[in-house]
Design a protein around this ligand. Structure first.
Ligand code: URA
Ligand code: URA
Length: 329
């Protein structure tokens, strides 16, 4: 696959994820021009066919002399294949109101009405109602976060305890109004027994600081409490065995907002297969609690262009926090 095919595939994937504004910011102008056949290393082709956003019935358009531009988007636009010019300034501005990138129409019968603090222009979110307590597991009646942590440390409900060093129940303020939920402990978390303390965790701490939250003020945990070997994706039986702990943690804390970090946490909590690109930019309701979805910090480390949408997401979460009555305060 040549570079143009890779670029086309990349743009198509991003579009499938519901993005309309492509931020290829890690690509230099020269590189982008080369990729579309305009740059010095493009093999002497004065024109190239690039059809990233065209439907199957549209004819490929030939690129005529893309102007040399300081902005790779201009070059792509000139090639007839570019995203529309962004409607907003590129640089995140803290005071800027959050607007969903491109509202995706959602025909979900459980669609939420906009929550307090949620701009009304956001598309509706998913509502996951609180199920009736079935009394099937003793986890449902654990009296405190400490009691949950104690049980997690001894847990043998799924085979993950056999390969992990220890359980990682989560940590933070038991009265937190802001809860972050990740996927599962990684190697550093397994070694320390603490959530989000490796590279992704350090980035999470910075993201929280950017919205004026200290780690110790919030509560941080994962859907899965023992590390899956080699960080593989959790299996359905592991999710089923472990999720009652998270359900109980959220029930005891009852925060003002939940921030779901990454596809796995978002899809598990919202009981959906919708992509993260479609789930972010909306305010969902989990057992009555507003829930915002964003990219996992580990994904941000691999893909810095997701920092911008993540910034929008965490500001949305911050606004919900600010607009909700301070519980117990
Ligand atoms: N302030 C707190 O004390 N806790 C939170 O979770 C958020 C704001
Ligand atoms: N990734 C997660 O999802 N959770 C952690 O605790 C660490 C990394």
């Amino acid at each position: 696959m040549d570079a143009r095919d890779r670029l086309r595939r990349y743009l198509e994937q991003r579009r499938e994820m519901g993005e309309s504004e492509f931020a290829l910011d890690s690509m230099s102008v020269e590189e982008a021009l080369r990729v579309i056949g305009q740059g010095p290393g493009a093999g002497g082709r004065g024109s190239a066919t690039v059809t990233p956003t065209q439907g199957p019935r549209e004819k490929p358009r030939a690129v005529e002399e893309a102007p040399a531009s300081a902005d790779w988007r201009e070059a792509l636009r000139a090639a007839g294949s570019a995203p529309e010019p962004p409607r907003r300034a590129e640089a995140p501005t803290p005071a800027e109101p959050v607007v969903a990138a491109q509202p995706t129409p959602v025909e979900d019968p459980r669609a939420a009405t906009p929550s307090a603090g949620a701009p009304s222009e956001l598309p509706p979110g998913i509502v996951v109602p609180k199920p009736a307590a079935l009394g099937l597991s003793e986890i449902e009646s654990l009296p405190s976060l400490d009691a949950i942590a104690e049980m997690v440390k001894k847990c043998t409900r799924c085979p993950l305890h056999q390969t992990a060093i220890q359980g990682v129940p989560g940590e933070g303020n038991p009265n937190a109004r802001f809860v972050c939920v990740g996927e599962a402990p990684g190697a550093t978390e397994d070694e320390t027994g603490r959530p989000f303390v490796g590279a992704a965790g350090q980035l999470l701490t910075k993201i929280l600081a950017a919205i004026n939250l200290r780690r110790e003020d919030v509560f941080i945990c994962n859907v899965i409490k023992h590390r899956p070997p080699g960080n593989r994706n959790p299996l359905p039986n592991e999710i089923a065995a472990c999720s009652p702990y998270l359900v109980r943690q959220l029930e005891l804390i009852r925060p003002s907002v939940i921030l779901a970090l990454g596809t796995f946490a978002a899809q598990t909590l919202l009981e959906t297969k919708e992509s993260i690109g479609k789930l972010r930019g909306r305010v969902h309701r989990y057992h009555g609690i507003p829930l915002v979805v964003t990219y996992h910090p580990a994904a941000l480390l691999r893909n810095p262009s997701w920092k911008r949408p993540t910034w929008d997401d965490v500001q949305l979460a911050r606004r919900i926090l600010d607009s909700s009555p301070a519980a117990g305060a």
